[in-house]
Design a protein around this ligand. Sequence first.
Ligand SMILES: C[S@@+](CC[C@H](N)C(=O)[O-])C[C@H]1O[C@@H](n2cnc3c(N)ncnc32)[C@H](O)[C@@H]1O
Length: 438
Amino acid sequence: MEASAAPAAALLDEHARCTPVTWRVGDHDVDLRTKVGVRGHPGIDGALLALGEALRRGRARPPAPAGGAGANRVLRALDLTGAPAAMPLWAAAAGADADWTVALSSAAALVAAREALAAAGTPRTELVAALPWEVSGPYDWIVWRPPADRGVRRVRAELAAVAAALAPGGTALLVQHKDEGAQRCEREAGASFAEVETVARASGWRVSELRGPRPGPPVDPWVAFEPAGDAGAGGPVRAIAGAFAAEKLDPGTAVLLRALAARGPDEGTGEAAGSPRVLDLGCGTGLLARAALAAGAREVVAVDDDLAAVRSATAQLGGDGRAVVVHADLLRPVDPAQAPLLAAGGFDEVWCNPPFHVGRQVVGALSRAFVAAAHQALRPGGVAWFVVNRALPYERELATWGGHADVTPVGERAFTVWRAVRARRPVSGSRDARVRGR
Ligand SMILES: C[S@@+](CC[C@H](N)C(=O)[O-])C[C@H]1O[C@@H](n2cnc3c(N)ncnc32)[C@H](O)[C@@H]1O
């Protein structure tokens, strides 16, 4: 086996692994799954702990199905917590009868939710990759954790969607931390709901019930900006608020685009240098993919875990028949039919600005898994371009490749651009980096 492939495979196995985690709600042990990329991993997200406490104390509870106590139907409930199927699994453990829809935007959370639901055999749960305004109600109970780290506009768009999806007699449960703007969100909810009642508070977390929806016009989640420099040639960028760099060009992306624009003819991918097949790994709004198309790629596959990024990249690239956008946890697509697009060894080049956060938490394992995924995606002799924060070490992962070079544009201080080549033939050990600036 190729020596450099083993660490990549091990890192990817590690990334893909779902581990059991128990959410204790009073007498009920709710068996969840978590993995790298899921908020709170390897434990339980604080919002879920606060919600569990409110459920345990009976401060939050499912309403009766709209239509009154005599209504002869099952409660329709929507889980918008972002946690992998936590609510239907709690309901099954607590004997609370409901038909659940779980809408998740993270592909990693979908993987964990699928596995948790299969392990528990939870019936009557529909798992969908969807943003809140893409699910149609009415629901009697909606449990919503606003994505505060994605900005006020995104939270407002989701709030309007929750009001639109809630049945007139239903209840929405809002779980948020005071440092994430819980009080502002409750205040703003007052415009869309007749009643807003804070039912539990603990360690800065607030759980509120929203009743009597008064839906107004939907809040448009789309934003746009005009990127400057090497990114500007493709025109304005349109994106869903809260997708990475939805409202301004990321400085790391700008540096990578400068390095790519300045590359020499010997720095492509050999025989396919003229029209490579390119993977934009963690595509965000699709700016790197757009630049790869402009540079003459014969096909670009843009991949992101975040459905808001997938929708945004589709807006950027949808008109170009050479581009395809895939919702995936690294190389594992939500739709298994798309797996052949991401087959190992299928790419001449990978262009990548890897993430190192989940929510506001720094997760080193995630960026290491990105380097491993790029290695697996490339054909032997293929080339990856990474831009990384100067302070973060990547040499250990790149040392197993078969050749890598620092190609940071001269004068750049905050970021490093790495060009790394997947070895053509098995290598017996790591090779020292060639280091140069330009
Ligand atoms: C630093 S951003 C770069 C975005 C874009 N390429 C750019 O340069 O503006 C990293 C992206 O990786 C995505 N991401 C995070 N975890 C992922 C995963 N497991 N699989 C695929 N994409 C992921 C994030 O949603 C985010 O859009």
